[in-house]
Design a protein around this ligand. Structure first.
Ligand SMILES: NC(=O)c1ccc[n+]([C@@H]2O[C@H](COP(=O)([O-])OP(=O)(O)OC[C@H]3O[C@@H](n4cnc5c(N)ncnc54)[C@H](O)[C@@H]3O)[C@@H](O)[C@H]2O)c1
Length: 339
């Protein structure tokens, strides 16, 4: 019998609280034994709401605890690379949220450190790889059901937040493409068989949040990416949808196409009456991907316990960052950019 994986979490913000609750209450074969946050209320939340035994203000102090086997990093993106490296050096498995880092050099530093610790799991949270619908689509593509896939059209669109959470988030997020489209970029590479990206073009606009311009960011962005084998991808990201969260992806092949997630329906009820035909919508990314977040955490725990191998690699995360950066350069330059 393997013992439970003992996990410490860093970051208890918007997503960190969700991951912490999943680790404390929903994921088998693990225990949430430690938490780290510079914010007093977040540390109190860990102690009082989740009963976490060891709570730290300082990340290095948490890593020094020999009773922790693994860490989950849900911290600002600008900290991911250094915190992942420190965890590996402390002998801990790591699940780090996406994107791995905001520049290629930092990604490469993480990959180089991971090579020195082959017994440790280092995984990046590309949650859509664990979503049942995307898994279904990937299995169909791999089986040749749509012939040769050559085009992916994928979007991540959030409901407008009038308070503009993401405007405050902009200085550390890397911008809309690194923050949102990085998921679509990883999906496109996964569905197309990991081709090498060669060139990117992007444009965008600020429809509702002009304050983003100060950070060189937009609230609606569009990008085209070319791959070496002739495959193409088209991405759209938005912070300003009126109706809800709508992540959808179309994978087009020579013998058919697959469509995942169109219209963001939150259940299977369609109401028809004098006002028209309509259904309720998913309100945010967590509602859309709750099951996938659970499966992702289970896969991480199973990998750390040596029960299951991961197909998602750090190289995939590096390539997603490389492509996201070329798209962001193109947004700023207005010209196509080499990847
Ligand atoms: N997979 C997804 O779909 C998805 C969705 C949302 C966010 N994310 C990623 O999760 C990460 C966090 O996003 P968020 O929306 O929860 O942000 P957030 O700002 O709400 O939370 C960040 C947390 O990190 C904590 N923190 C800051 N510095 C720290 C440090 N040095 N050590 C420990 N904790 C520290 C903050 O106190 C806060 O709890 C980002 O990298 C983001 O890209 C991924």
């Amino acid at each position: 019998m393997l013992r439970n994986l003992r996990v410490g979490i860093a970051g208890l913000g918007r997503l960190g609280k969700r991951h912490a609750e999943a680790l404390a209450h929903q994921t088998r074969h693990c225990e949430l034994v430690a938490a780290c946050s510079p914010v007093t209320q977040e540390r109190e939340y860990a102690t009082q709401q989740l009963g976490v035994a060891h709570v730290y203000e300082d990340y290095a102090a948490m890593l020094a605890n020999p009773e922790i086997d693994a860490v989950v990093l849900v911290t600002p993106t600008s900290l991911h690379a250094d915190q992942t490296i420190a965890a590996l050096q402390a002998g801990k498995h790591v699940l780090v949220e996406k994107p791995l880092a905001l520049n290629v050099t930092d990604c490469e530093r993480v990959l180089a450190e991971a090579v020195k610790h082959p017994a440790l799991v280092a995984m990046v949270g590309f949650v859509r790889r664990f979503d049942p619908s995307y898994l279904h689509a990937h299995t169909a593509v791999a089986a040749g059901d749509i012939g040769r896939p050559f085009l992916v059209r994928s979007q991540t669109c959030d409901q407008n937040d009038p308070e503009g959470f993401f405007v405050r988030f902009a200085p550390t997020s890397g911008g809309i493409f690194m923050d949102c489209s990085v998921h679509d970029i990883d999906l496109a590479r996964w569905m197309l068989g990991r081709p090498k990206a060669t060139r990117a073009f992007a444009t965008g606009t600020n429809a509702l949040h002009p304050a983003l311009a100060e950070f060189g960011d937009v609230d609606n962005g569009m990008a085209i990416v070319e791959f070496e084998g002739g495959q193409r991808a088209v991405f759209y990201a938005s912070r300003t949808m009126a109706h809800g969260h709508e992540t959808s992806t179309e994978i087009i092949g020579t013998a058919g196409k697959l469509l995942v997630g169109e219209h963001a329906a939150n259940d299977r009820v369609i109401r028809s009456d004098a006002l028209g035909v309509r259904h309720g919508v998913v309100k945010d990314f967590y509602e859309r991907f709750e099951a996938a977040f659970g499966a992702e955490m289970s896969a991480f725990v199973a990998a750390c316990r040596g029960e299951q191998a991961l197909t998602l690699t750090l190289s995939d995360a590096l390539e997603a960052t490389r492509i996201g950066l070329a798209i962001t350069r193109s947004l700023h330059s207005g010209m196509p950019e080499a990847v």
